[in-house]
Design a protein around this ligand. Structure first.
Ligand code: FMN
Length: 303
């Protein structure tokens, strides 16, 4: 009961949300995530026609987390609509589709195609470090392109629209304000952080793509600061994502200003039931600190 919450009018049994790119592909994998306690599920990002990913090596772990350049492999909108249908026939957990595109028009078209799908929200991924827009960098690097992509989707969205931001900008507040003004219902922060690892023996970057996106504990302080800054700049809710491994991490992220928390890499380290584990741990912290609802902690770090 203490963990029940709400995001843009969507009721969640708890504030843990599967982050995009980790298992949210087929109806059966998403069913498993729901069974293991996620309050909501974000699907892997898709585009119109689908895409093959990068060749191996695509991911490597290290003490602080993970570096990946998977390259957004996906089967495209048509097959994804089938997976959504199948999932919703067997499970009532809130489901968020995630889309990425090379142009503003493709973003609008994808949103149109999701119009009749039984999804609870659409997240637009304008921030993948491994995917360029038509100008050669992610849409979320400029308030102008971020707002254009948001407005194009807003026009056709039948459900709340979440916009996912990169931390790799000088001023995330101006991007957050721009997407809020363009119609975003919520902001997801953050996507992975650009990074590289080098192999001494081969004298070259380890990933085939050379660079990739960092995730996991190493990026938690970056994510906390982004969420803290965004909370001061906008009124819409934030899905705080980046380095959440434990219930303690989740409460910190909510105190920074997140309404709910995204969990990605922790599925690898703590297994698929990480959602149940994080919820149990959150409950212990809330009890100890004297809170009756998880909603009470949102934004508490702002004095
Ligand atoms: C292997 C992998 C694949 C990912 N794929 C996507 C994706 O398709 N779309 C997206 O918006 N984010 C993607 N992400 C980013 C995550 O959703 C999340 O923003 C990031 O990993 C930070 O959260 P974490 O530290 O809990 O993993 C991916 C991350 C990983 C590790």
């Amino acid at each position: 009961m203490r963990l029940q919450t709400e995001l843009c009018g969507i009721k969640l049994s708890n504030p843990t949300v599967l982050a995009s790119g980790i298992m949210g592909i087929t109806a059966s994998s998403m069913g498993l995530i729901a069974e293991n306690g996620a309050g909501a599920i974000t699907m892997k990002s898709i585009n119109t026609e689908g895409k093959t990913g990068h060749p191996n090596p695509i991911a490597i772990t290290f003490d602080g987390g993970m570096l990946n350049a998977v390259g957004l492999p996906n089967k495209g909108i048509k097959e994804t609509l089938e997976e959504i249908k199948e999932f919703k026939e067997q499970c009532s957990a809130p489901l968020f589709a995630s889309i990425f595109a090379q142009s503003v028009d493709e973003f609008a078209e994808l949103t149109k195609q999701l119009y009749k799908a039984q999804i609870d929200a659409i997240e637009i991924n304008i921030s993948c470090p491994n995917c360029d827009d038509e100008f050669g960098k992610p849409f979320s690097c400029s308030p102008i392109t971020a707002a254009k992509a948001t407005a194009a989707c807003k026009e056709y969205a039948a459900v709340p629209l979440f916009v996912k931001l990169t931390p790799n900008v000088p001023n995330i507040q101006e991007i957050a304000k721009a997407v809020e003004a363009a119609g975003a219902s919520a902001i997801t922060a953050i996507n992975t952080v650009p990074g590289m690892m080098i192999d001494i023996h081969t004298r070259s970057p380890i990933l085939f793509n050379k660079s990739g996106g960092l995730s996991g504990p190493a990026i938690k302080p970056i994510a906390l600061k982004c969420v803290y800054d965004i909370y001061e700049a906008v009124k819409i809710p934030i899905i705080g994502t980046g380095g959440i491994m434990t219930g303690q991490d989740a409460i910190e992220m909510m105190m920074a200003g997140a309404t709910v928390v995204g969990i990605g890499s922790a599925v690898y380290w703590r297994d698929i039931d990480v959602f149940k584990k994080v919820c149990r741990e959150m409950d212990v912290v809330l009890e100890k600190e004297g809170f009756t609802s998880v909603k009470e902690v949102v934004g508490l770090a702002h004095k």
